[in-house]
Design a protein around this ligand. Structure first.
Ligand code: GLA
Length: 374
């Protein structure tokens, strides 16, 4: 495809995966903890340097023409389509003072868009890794992830935290990534459910979630306001023992937000210690508790996601929760291998009975992070 579009061969091909967050939702921008895995679905970028300061972009998913941008004129707001993600990465690199030139990029992806599986982070990271190698920048995977987040915040206008980009850049095969967003630290926690006869199933509810529509920003600023009113740098600094004081001090509408963040950080710690002890099944109830917290306290679930969770649990799943930013997107289900077919069938049947769109169901296992593949 690259050759057909640009008339020459690429210098290389890079891949970056989407992610499923196991637990630790809406904690990243509160300086907290998260535990994502990379999924096998990924974005590929074939790339070749250009000497004339132009960035040309083409996607196998869009049927549009090649976008042709001038590096010297990349400013936030000028690109409003999907091209804002790759262009934003180049903008972030320039803004950070890196000496880079133009490129021709052809992009192809198997990460479903709008499904809460971080297709935008996959795209950003694939481009960041390609530029890093092509222009010999020598940046580490976490540094590239933070540049990708900068692209999304500053260029694409989405005020996300860094979890998705760190997951796409730093995950490894057969492990979950334990992130401490304040320390900027991460560690790999071995996680191979299939070796214990278990499976992770992703259910895409087909309810398109969009983090740019204001609801995500409102939650983030609610959390930041709560931290300020409590005299803290971030909600990370609050422990469960501090909750009664928070309840007394804060305006009522901020209390559930705070309760979610505090309990969710606790769930990440619990999940990590179970995985370290090899108790994969013990993750199930933690997922389900996390869902209840997002549904009842953070209030970002939806009827379709709740139906998946309830149906999966009623048919023997060990645990289930919405994953990602919320307002639709995907649900992750942990189930014993022998239960997966029953869960699959029950969810599909329940969606049909409710008159919802046919959901997308597929198994995932912890996959590798971003890398050069050719
Ligand atoms: C989206 C954002 C992340 C994170 C999650 C919620 O995926 O991009 O930064 O905040 O929502 O955990």
């Amino acid at each position: 495809m690259f050759r057909r579009i640009y008339g020459t061969y690429p210098e290389g091909i890079w891949a970056a995966p989407g992610r499923v967050n196991l637990i630790g939702e809406h904690t990243d921008y509160n300086d907290g903890f998260a535990l994502p895995i990379a999924i096998p679905q990924h974005t590929l970028v074939a790339a070749r340097r250009r000497q004339d300061g132009r960035l040309r972009l083409h996607s196998a998913q869009g049927d549009g023409p090649v976008a042709d941008l001038d590096l010297a004129r990349l400013t936030p707001g000028v690109v409003t389509t999907w091209a804002a993600y790759p262009a934003g990465v180049v903008w972030a690199l320039l803004e950070a003072g890196h000496r880079i030139g133009g490129a021709d990029l052809h992009i192809d992806s198997t990460v479903p868009t709008g499904a809460g599986l971080s297709s935008s982070a996959a795209l950003e990271c694939a481009v960041a890794f390609a530029y890093n190698d092509l222009y010999g920048l020598g940046l580490s995977p976490p540094a590239l992830a933070l540049l990708a987040q900068r692209a999304e915040n500053g260029f694409a206008g989405v005020p996300c935290g860094a979890m998705d980009q760190l997951a796409s850049a730093c995950c490894t095969d057969g492990a979950a990534l334990h992130l401490d967003l304040r320390a900027g630290a991460h560690e790999q926690v071995p996680f191979a459910p299939q070796t214990q006869g278990m499976s992770l199933l992703v259910v895409d509810t087909r309810v398109k979630h969009d983090l740019g529509d204001g609801a995500y920003a409102a939650l983030r600023s609610g959390c930041e306001q709560a931290a300020r009113e409590l005299g803290l740098t971030a909600l990370r600094d609050l422990t469960p023992a501090d909750l009664p004081r928070a309840v007394k001090t804060l305006p009522a509408h901020l209390v559930p937000l705070v309760r979610h963040v505090v309990t969710e950080n606790g769930r990440v710690a619990k999940a990590v210690s179970h995985l370290r002890a090899g108790h994969v099944a013990a993750l199930g109830p933690i997922l389900t508790e996390g869902h209840a917290s997002l549904r009842d306290d953070f209030r970002i679930s939806c009827a379709e996601s709740d139906l998946v969770v309830d149906t999966a649990l009623a048919h023997g799943a060990l645990g289930a929760r919405m994953t990602g930013g919320g307002f639709g997107g995907s649900v992750v289900v942990l189930a014993e291998e022998g239960r997966v077919e029953a869960v699959r069938l029950a969810v599909t049947t329940a969606f049909r009975a409710a008159g919802y769109q046919e959901p997308g169901l597929f198994p995932v296992s912890p996959a590798a992070g971003a890398r050069r593949i050719m």
